[in-house]
Design a protein around this ligand. Sequence first.
Ligand code: ADP
Length: 525
Amino acid sequence: MTSYWVRQREYLLEISRALTAQLNLDAVLKKVLRAATEMLTGQSALIALRQPGGGFAIRAVYGLPVRLLGYFSELLADIPERAGHADFYIPGLANKLHQVAIETGLPLRQVVALPMSIGRELIGVLYVFRAHGGSFTPDDRRILASFADQAAIAVHNAQLYRRLAQEKHRLDAILEHSADGVMIMDPGQQITVFNRALSELTGWSAAEAIGRHHDEIIRWERLETGLDLAQAVAGGWPLAQDRQGKTPLYVEGDLRRRGGGTVSVGITYAPLLDREGRLVNIIANVRDITRFREADRLKSTFVSIVSHELKTPVATILGYAETLARSDAQWGPETAQELAETIKDEAKRLDRLITDLLDVSRLQAGALPLAMEEVALDMLARRVAQRFQPRTDRHEISIRFPKNFPLVKGDPMRLEQVLDNLVSNAIKYSPEGGKVRIRGRVRPEEVVVTVSDEGIGIPAVEQGRIFDAFYRVDDRSTRKTGGAGLGLYLARAIVEAHNGRIWVESEPGEGSSFSFALPRIDGTR
Ligand code: ADP
């Protein structure tokens, strides 16, 4: 005949197996409560768990109305900090229960408080309530103690698992939203994690990249540093260099993007080793360094353009001045006049460049100061045309503005600088000559001024960049003409400071039209 004892033990075993197989904390707590209540033939139960900040809080209940739980917190006072089973004792527990029974009107006569501990560490207390019944035998107590231990392990596991899952969730979120590209590879360089920033950089979605080999995704167009990952690994990285394998590998260069184009990146590969020193993962951090490269490029173009642009007129001025000053030659008044004119032109060109450079540095320091007043753009255009026409006999500069052209609010000197630049470019970049038209149009909310030429034109790919500082279209026809690539940059800055827009339409070989629009002060009428 199976004794009560054996049945109890089997029951206990079954419960603990079911418990330890479960990693969901809520489900574990529910099972523990139900089993404990059944074993003690009680009616209700609750579990209080130790809080991370200290103290205990009710975490799960069975057979108790939730709205009355507030009354039960009394029972959690005076729980000993650390305790084994034999000496576990909550002072005055029976009296407290009596009080709770009166306050809640629930039939609670008896309470058993079982410590849930891992070693001597108390992680929680299991309370089982009975409406009636005799006291527990020592056997009952032993079985319950053993059950409580199993429950403690299950709860502890579930807590650890939950913490781990939260931690992983947090790390995943950090990785996914990192501004740098991040990928994690297994020792065979198979990709296991691929974040959003890296998708944007490479053009590969995470779904497509995960499972592929590193070299399928990271394809260098050009390497700036010595070795790429494959070469470094062939050379023994990460283990050969230092015994701990702690040296990260840095590779920089231009990466081929999926679907075309390249992007400049710096990749830091960090090896992750286990305790035995075996490679577990390679973590790659990919940083977009296009901007640094661009800044670098800008700096060197700046130096080369500016020095060229400064040196050319200075050399001309020097040469002509020396010629004029020669004591062994006599110059007729006409030749002297010509030489002096050239010196004047070159000095003007220098002055223009220096002024432009000062404007650029003013712009970069903050803003261009504007002296605003009402400006008649048609008058201004006429003045510019009159100034430029005598300087060229290949070009015919024409003006067309409607009558009563609306006034705009602006800095007349700065707006003249814009027109000056556009007209001078129109002449400069139509070496064969042709018509240069300055045209004004009135729209409901703005006025538009367009300067068009019949010159060399601008390829579509360059049209977005010619407004950048120091940018010049690099082909033979432009290289012959001087310029620092600042005119359009300043023109755009001035127009935008007036709340306006500037743009270009052009067909290579056909000519270009530059337009700018400024808001009307009279508004829509
Ligand atoms: P710069 O004329 O000093 O080079 P800009 O900023 O005025 O500098 O112009 C930038 C570049 O845009 C020029 O180098 C030239 O390649 C191109 N560009 C400007 N205006 C014209 C035009 N009217 N026709 C063709 N190309 C032009």
